[in-house]
Design a protein around this ligand. Structure first.
Ligand code: ARG
Length: 459
């Protein structure tokens, strides 16, 4: 097939370079958006009377026919077309003849590709927003049934203080909420139309940018034609928001992987979400969270690739931009599959070992802060109380004892303000209950937060 520019050249492209230059292998993913963009452009050219109404109709019918054929599987964009934009133009000309050659009036592939990506990304963001909300609902359900389940809280991966397990899950709801907010902000910048910027300078053809923007559902248009075709910030912002989302998914994945070890035994994987080993018959592997943790790396990689792609690029369109698509496509696919897989894992993949969880907060020193706060309540300065408890911990460790196995007289040897009520203060359930500060793990706080989430997500 002759290139559209062949008249200006004497020789054909080297076949290897032709393939090297082409993006049809991956940008065919944008076919529906490219058609949508072209239909809006053609309508606009009709409205401004650049095209006659019969030409406009012919072009729009041709484009609709292409869509139909594509959806019926009768048309697959492929080489030798260089990219999806040429491919559709060529197909249109083959369908409707000479009039098809008028479609590209007053536009360039530069503003066209920018428009296509934005249309595609906007849909992806809407989809991911729904998926993250579903994931939040799963976490909320798990939280609702585990308000009074206790779990050791860790800092530095060392036992710190007991927590309501619901509080632990609610922390993830917060993270995913920030992810949603970030995607929403990115969406508003994605939702800006570059169409009509043409190659970089605008055009002398009578176009109406606001009309095409409105047709395509864009909130606004780029104010500067050079910026319009040079901007890939929105791609980077999307991948950056995705990278943070993956970091959150990777965090919960890591926790699940730890929880299902024999050493932790806080949970078991159900058969629906676990795999066996080819060699070791006893094994049940957490492949799902491991894959999610592993896939985080590729999204971080895409972010790096895009940041590097734009670094030092002069204005306006440069072919480097063709490299924006694969990282973007793969990021969107990766995050949506990871969010879906995590939702399934949370809904039906985990069996919490409640006995082990409650047992584990009984037999440690994670109530040490509460022992100190007990003295603080009795007017002992915190630093003094903290040091007294430090001595008690050491005393217990040397004797392989826990606080609860001490007698009241033992306590009194360390500080006279200790009384019988110290024992109930040390019980994990009371320890958790007492964390009444706003945002703390106290049951009342947790219940309040669950109600708030319930309103936010379910109504
Ligand atoms: N395939 C190109 C891309 O994905 C389309 C834009 C080409 N523009 C150009 N001036 N060569 O970026």
């Amino acid at each position: 097939m002759a290139k559209v520019w062949s008249k200006r050249f004497d020789n054909a492209l080297n076949p290897f370079i032709e393939k090297f230059n082409a993006s049809i292998g991956f940008d065919r993913k944008l076919i529906l958006e490219d058609l949508e963009c072209s239909i809006a452009h053609a309508k606009m050219l009709g409205k401004t009377q650049v095209l006659s109404s019969s030409e406009t109709l012919q072009i729009i019918d041709g484009l609709k026919k292409i869509k139909e054929e594509y959806l019926e599987g009768k048309f697959l964009p492929s080489p030798p077309s260089e990219d999806i934009h040429y491919c559709i133009e060529e197909k249109l000309i083959s369908l409707i003849g000479e009039t098809g050659k008028k479609l590209h009036t007053g536009r360039s592939r530069n503003d066209q590709v920018g428009t296509d990506i934005r249309l595609w990304l906007r849909k992806e963001i809407d989809n991911v927003e729904i998926l993250i909300t579903d994931l939040q609902k799963s976490f909320l359900n798990l939280a609702k049934s585990n308000i009074y389940t206790l779990i050791p809280g860790y800092t530095h991966m060392q036992r710190a203080q007991p927590l309501s397990l619901a509080h632990h899950f609610l922390a993830y709801l917060e993270m995913f909420q920030r992810d949603r907010e970030r995607f929403k902000e990115v969406r508003s910048r994605v939702n800006t139309s570059p169409l009509g910027a043409a190659a970089l300078a605008g055009t002398k053809i009578k176009i109406d940018r606001k009309f095409t923007a409105q047709e395509l559902g864009f909130e606004k248009i780029y104010k500067n034609s050079i910026d319009a075709v040079s901007d890939r910030d929105f791609c980077i912002e999307f991948v950056s928001a995705s990278a943070l989302l993956m970091s959150h998914l990777s965090k919960i994945s890591e926790e699940i992987i730890l929880w299902v070890t024999d050493e932790f035994s806080f949970a078991k994987l159900t058969d629906k979400c676990a795999t066996g080993s080819s060699l070791m018959p006893q094994k049940k592997n957490p492949d799902v969270p491991e894959l999610i943790r592993g896939k985080t790396g590729r999204v971080y990689g895409h972010l790096q690739a895009l940041l590097t792609m734009v670094k030092g690029l002069p204005l306006a369109y440069n072919k480097d931009f063709q490299e924006d698509k694969e990282p973007l496509f793969d990021t969107a696919e990766t995050i949506s599959s990871c969010v879906k897989a995590m939702t399934i894992l949370i809904n039906e993949g985990l069996e919490l070992n409640i006995d082990k969880l409650s047992d584990s907060v009984e037999n440690d020193f994670s109530n040490a802060t509460d022992l100190a706060d007990y003295l603080v309540d009795k007017q002992v300065p915190f630093r003094t109380a903290y040091q007294v408890v430090g001595e008690i911990v050491k005393y217990c460790l040397e004797r392989k004892m826990l606080f609860k196995s001490l007698k009241i007289d033992d306590f009194k040897k360390f500080h006279p303000k200790f009384d019988e009520d110290v024992f109930s203060n040390l019980e994990p359930i009371n320890v958790v209950k007492s964390r009444i500060s706003e945002g703390g793990t106290g049951f009342q706080q947790v219940e309040k937060e669950i109600n708030n989430w319930q309103k936010k997500l379910l109504f």
